[in-house]
Design a binder for this molecule. Structure first.
Ligand SMILES: Nc1ncnc2c1ncn2[C@@H]1O[C@H](COP(=O)(O)OP(=O)(O)O)[C@@H](O)[C@H]1O
Ligand SMILES: [Mg+2]
Length: 295
């Protein structure tokens, strides 16, 4: 679904944050990226939606081919939805999917690509002066003409999508609250709801629980897992707790010094053995600071 080929990123000051990364991520996976601070995790995550442009290399997304795209839409799920709404019964495997190099996209095509990728950050990237519903509806921007979104007018269909998303993260009662009245955990749930409203097929989460207390941490992780499993949203999360990675991820990718040094299916090995391996990724023993602890 996502394929990074020889991706490198050197910042203007000369820091080589990513060195020849090759990584393939499959549909529906929950990938935890682990590594020491400064290893390149955030840079890696942000190249996947090109908020940080790569210095070299390519990133391919499986997408509908150009002709189908011109006719029906810009993303496989949307294309299927359009075709089904016209009474044409198609499934994803019937579509002619091709590799699109997102590092080459510009302008509108770049915006469309990004509109299908949800993001949540440690620092709660929601707009605090807006209401919860406005934040979630902002995920519908790409689906509506600009004048509508500037005026804040969203069709009833979009509002229904937003309510459904808020219900999914059990925060419907906060629909009309201002976002700045929410707790950190609630803000992350709103961010998850916004990704749902976006009809994102990929969720990028950069240390989504790093600012939360242990109980809230597990709550928010449960919701991320829920949308991963129930809505099939491929999830890539930078985490710094090994117990969270083992509990929620299907795959762990270890990053050290801008390189991928570890890559394993969580189910393929005993948790304690994975932790042993991670000591090599971290270059130090795994200790208390690497666990959230008991639920
Ligand atoms: N905007 C930037 N300009 C220059 N160097 C940066 C920038 N962002 C990150 N870096 C450097 O790139 C390396 C990787 O950073 P980052 O991707 O944030 O790592 P992580 O998320 O694993 O902590 C670090 O050495 C960091 O200091
Ligand atoms: Mg980081």
């Amino acid at each position: 679904m996502i394929k990074l080929v020889n991706v490198s990123k050197t910042y203007k000051n000369g820091t080589e944050a990513l060195k020849n990364i090759n990584l393939e991520i499959y549909e529906g996976e929950f990938v935890a990226i682990l590594g020491l601070s400064g290893a390149g995790k955030s840079t890696l995550l942000r190249t996947i939606n090109q908020i940080i442009p790569v210095s070299s290399g390519n990133i391919f997304f499986k997408n509908v081919d150009h002709n189908t795209y011109k006719m029906y839409g810009d993303n496989p799920d949307k294309t299927i939805e359009n075709l089904n709404s016209k009474g044409i019964d198609v499934k994803k495997e019937d579509l002619n999917l091709v590799d699109v190099d997102i590092t080459k996209l510009k302008g509108r095509k770049m915006r469309i690509m990004r509109s299908h990728i949800g993001m949540i950050f440690q620092s709660f990237n929601i707009i605090k002066r807006m209401s919860v519903i406005q934040n979630v509806l902002s995920g519908r921007v790409a689906y509506n003409p600009t004048w509508r979104t500037i005026l804040g007018i969203f069709p009833e269909k979009d509002k229904q999508i937003a309510y459904r998303a808020l219900k999914k993260v059990d925060i419907l009662e906060k629909t009309y609250s201002r976002a700045n009245e929410l707790s950190g955990g609630q803000m992350q749930r709103v961010a998850i709801a916004r990704s749902l409203a976006q009809q994102a097929n990929i969720l990028l989460a950069d240390e989504p629980v790093a600012s939360l207390d242990p109980i809230t941490t597990f709550e928010v992780m449960e919701y991320i897992k829920k949308v991963n499993v129930e809505d099939g949203i491929t999830t890539i999360a930078n985490l710094h707790h090994v117990d969270l990675a083992l509990k929620y991820a299907t795959r762990i990718v270890g990053v050290r010094d801008g390189k991928i040094v570890y890559d394993i299916e969580v189910n393929s090995k005993k948790g304690t053995d994975i932790i042993d391996d991670l000591e090599k990724v971290y270059g130090r023993p795994i200790g208390n600071q690497d666990y959230v602890g008991e639920e």
